[in-house]
Design a protein around this ligand. Structure first.
Ligand code: PLP
Length: 383
């Protein structure tokens, strides 16, 4: 039934071997830069590539500051601390996300609240958010948003740009501002994705990126915090064991974290970032080919929302129902073409099953139907 799709994917990747969902491509100066760190002996948390990666990333995203971390989850944890999330707080996010979003909330001793996503963005719905707040929350005279029933503070809201497709940021920024909630963007999947000409991750108080092995660029493992000068400085402090600058004394002024990105990894990141726009061009070309190939079929190829340039990190199709999804998954994987369903909804996981949630109709609908297709960058054949 999906033989022609499998055939099409094999033609794109020009192979009869196993085709992974997403494999990294190292076609730039990765070897040179990594070797440079070894030859300099600066492979660990101090080194020129860390600073360069941070300033390159700030330049690319338009963020005032960018602070590198050991992974995206650590960046999220730090971002939530920067947003003032404390034990006992509530933090709004999507049920349709990767588990790291919720884990970071839990690390702060806070509890996630699950709000529905929109079908046209796959990300947090501003309307659903507003509706839930109207019903469940109040805003105190001091500007703090609290749950009416328990008085718990609703401290932050963490939308996630699913598969690199930007959420409706203008509306989310407005709702969060109106309710006094800090906006923290989980832009782990959306490096290179722009909303109305601005890079994702710079719309709220703080944003985070990930450079895990399966992301659009990789440092092996790594992440980045995007913030303004003040919060950026604070992020650096928190992620470097809260050590005060001193020529030789060890002075630490609070409980800090060792969340720094090693120079070795940053070297890889600098080389990868140099190729990002080429990667995105290749991914957008592949997405367009998928879209054309699937026209008239039972699979709806998911395309970027209006006014956005998406990085098309992972290509996605929406199947007619869960039966069709299961068939697609079975046939492609048996045929040596790796495809995956979207994550289980967070409220279905044992540790987050008891969390507050709004109506999740769209999340449930999408979770039953979405399948990711192979999305690795295809290098151009030499002419
Ligand atoms: C990848 C990812 C993260 C962070 O992941 P790390 O593997 O810790 O770098 C966070 N949120 C989402 C949505 C992700 O996809």
């Amino acid at each position: 039934m999906f033989a022609s799709l499998i055939q099409f994917i094999r033609e794109q990747y020009r192979t009869n071997d196993f085709i992974p969902l997403h494999a990294p491509v190292f076609s730039g100066r990765e070897r040179d830069y990594v070797l440079e760190t070894i030859e300099s002996t600066f492979v660990s948390s101090v080194g020129a590539f860390v600073e360069r990666f941070e300033s390159d990333m700030a330049g690319y995203t338009g963020s005032q500051k960018a602070v590198a971390t050991v992974n995206g989850t650590a960046a999220l944890h730090t971002a939530l601390m920067l947003a003032g999330v404390q034990s006992g707080d509530l933090v709004i996010t999507q049920a349709l996300t990767f588990v790291a979003t919720c884990n970071a909330i839990a690390y702060c001793g806070a509890q996630p609240v699950f709000i529905d996503v929109d079908r046209h963005t796959l990300g947090l719905s501003p309307l659903a958010l507003e509706k839930w707040l109207e019903e469940m929350a109040r805003k105190d005279d001091d500007g703090t948003c609290r749950l009416k029933s328990t008085g718990q503070v609703v401290r932050a809201c963490v939308p996630m740009h699913t598969f690199g497709h930007p959420v409706e940021l203008d509306s989310l920024v407005a709702v969060c501002a109106r309710w006094g909630i800090a906006l923290v963007e989980d832009a782990a999947e959306s490096l290179g994705s722009f909303y109305k000409g601005r890079h994702t991750g710079v719309f709220g108080r703080v944003g985070v990126l990930s450079f895990n092995g399966n992301k659009i660029i990789t440092t092996g493992g790594g992440g980045m915090i995007l913030a303004d000068e003040d919060l950026g400085r604070r992020a650096k402090h928190l992620t470097t064991t809260a050590k005060q600058p001193h020529p030789y004394e060890y002075v630490h002024d609070e409980v800090g974290y060792n969340y720094r990105l090693p120079n070795l990894n940053a070297a890889l990141g600098c080389a990868q970032l140099e190729q990002l726009e080429d990667f995105i061009a290749a991914k957008r070309k592949l997405a367009s080919a998928y879209s054309t190939a699937l026209q008239g079929s039972d699979l709806r190829f998911f395309t970027e929302p209006d006014n956005c340039r998406s990085n098309y990190w992972l290509n996605a199709v929406i199947c007619e129902d869960s039966k069709a999804r299961d068939r697609l998954l079975k046939e492609t994987n048996e045929g040596g073409v790796m495809t995956r369903p979207i994550w289980q909804l967070m409220n279905h996981l044992s540790m987050y099953g008891g969390c507050l949630r709004g109506d999740l109709t769209n999340s449930e609908w999408l979770a039953e139907r979405i399948v990711n297709l192979p999305s690795s960058v295809i290098s151009e054949l030499p002419d």
